[in-house]
Design a binder for this molecule. Structure first.
Ligand SMILES: [Zn+2]
Length: 460
């Protein structure tokens, strides 16, 4: 034994009980009552605190080249920020370039990430050229990247998948046990609205963004993707779902037995499109966009009742200088915001604290479900003997007023500035090493490792 977490309230996806957690060689070696600490063992006193599995943020874009700039949290700082917020694994994207192999993108991303990551990470393979990727998909699953991403938007950028690509990729997942994750928005409807509003860009300001991506541009694409999953028997996952109608569509699909899962993000639960009307409205530009309070309410219910299985962040940090590149034209906003560091404490305060769901449900949506769906379970996502000692000691009573000034992220603003939190990670351990204490990173650059996911990941 090298570390012992004493007297905490252990919280898993299903159970809550007082116990000690012993760690040996980066793994959990024992969970039980009154474990004695041999001499020389580091003891972490968790009395009055929760002991939870580390959170897994399955949707981050660290150092992503986008909109003529690169997202401001790189693999080093982005994973430090994660550690400070109780996130012990992130999954980023290796996005194929048209005319090139998936392997090139994967190898390039690994070269960027491996020396810098401070907690463990995995990758999704982003497919932009099905003609090439289709031949590589089965081997990519075997390599340990069982999840693929396709964009139903971004035609102008050369990223958009045609329906025929989606159908074939879903057929692939039915064969190889991978899962297709999709960014579901209707590209041509959005472009029509952008063309109609472009002339009024000056007058509309950032709110123009909200006018060009009404709810139907998302839920039409979600319904279409679910239909393709249904007719192919493929495995589908909707990323960053933002609309109430999207949640209804996922519920309908799941009720019919379609293998579809969905994720939503803190920004869609906690912020609405009134933000675009303020002087800093452009900071809140994301795709999809922030919606209405009714969507927030529906998504909270969906997260609580199982329609939505995963909370993730779509972290893509752009600071105010980068965001200023929009120059008053809503079509030029670099889309994205920071988030990996604040997901778990926000979900605790606004989910558990507001009685929207239980502590066990918090662990399900932030830790266990992502581990299961993305093929990392049972090594990650739970507190069990033999699992990686990715652990968060969470202080449910610590009060924090969120401000970018106190966060690790390389961002000079926070979408959640001023939010009053009750509960914050006190200690984060990654494979048994303490990597953050009270919101400060104390780990080591390069400690993180690439983790392989396995195929056929599922919840039960
Ligand atoms: Zn994203």
């Amino acid at each position: 034994m090298d570390t012992l977490i004493k007297n905490g309230l252990v919280v898993t996806a299903t159970d809550t009980y007082t116990a000690d957690v012993a760690i040996s060689g980066g793994k959990i070696s024992q969970v039980g009552a009154d474990i004695a600490a041999p001499a020389g063992v580091r003891v972490i006193d968790a009395r009055g605190k929760y002991v939870m599995p580390g959170a897994i943020d399955v949707h981050v874009h660290l150092q992503l080249p986008f909109c003529g700039t690169v997202s401001a949290d790189d693999f080093e700082n982005g994973t430090k920020a994660g550690a400070c917020g109780g996130v012990t694994t992130v999954i980023d994207y290796a996005i194929q370039q048209k005319g090139h192999s998936l392997w090139e993108a994967i190898e390039a991303r690994r070269r960027e990430a491996d020396p810098k990551v401070c907690v463990d990470y995995g990758l999704h393979a982003g497919i932009t050229d099905w003609g090439i990727a289709g031949k590589e998909m089965d081997d990519v699953v075997k390599y340990g990247i069982p999840t693929f991403k396709m964009f139903m938007v971004y035609k102008a950028q050369g990223w958009m998948a045609e329906d025929s690509d989606l159908i074939q990729a879903l057929e692939g997942t039915a064969r190889n046990g991978g899962m297709l994750t999709v960014h579901a928005e209707n590209d041509s409807a959005i472009n029509l609205l952008i063309d109609r509003n472009r002339g009024r860009a000056k007058e509309l300001g950032a709110y123009g963004h909200a006018l060009c991506r009404p709810n139907y541009t998302e839920y039409e694409a979600i319904r279409r993707a679910i239909l393709w999953a249904e007719v192919t028997g493929g495995r589908l996952y909707i990323v960053h779902m933002s609309t109430g109608e999207g949640a209804d569509a996922v519920k309908d699909g799941r009720d019919r037995g379609v293998d579809v899962h969905a994720e939503t993000c803190p920004q869609y639960l906690l912020l609405d499109d009134e933000r675009f009307k303020g002087p800093d409205g452009h900071l809140y530009g994301t795709c999809p966009q922030l919606r209405k309070p009714a969507d927030q309410a529906r998504l909270w219910r969906a997260l609580a009742d199982g329609t939505v299985q995963v909370l993730a962040t779509d972290t893509c940090t752009f600071n105010t200088t980068q965001k200023a590149m929009w120059g008053g034209d809503f079509t030029k906003i670099p889309f994205g915001m920071p988030g990996v560091e604040t997901m778990l404490p926000l979900a605790h305060t606004c989910g558990v604290g507001a009685a929207r769901f239980s502590l066990n449900r918090l662990v399900q949506v932030c830790c266990t479900n992502p581990a299961k769906l993305f093929g990392l379970y049972p090594n990650k996502g739970t507190l069990a003997v033999g699992a990686d000692a990715d652990v968060v000691v969470f202080d449910p009573d610590r009060k924090v007023t969120l401000s970018h000034k106190n966060l690790q992220t390389n961002c000079d603003w926070s979408p959640f500035e001023g939010f009053e939190l009750k509960g914050y990670p006190a200690v984060t351990l990654s494979r048994g090493r303490v990597v953050a204490e009270n919101g400060k990173f104390v780990g080591e650059v390069g400690h993180g490792r690439f983790v392989q996911g396995h195929a056929w990941g599922k919840l039960d």
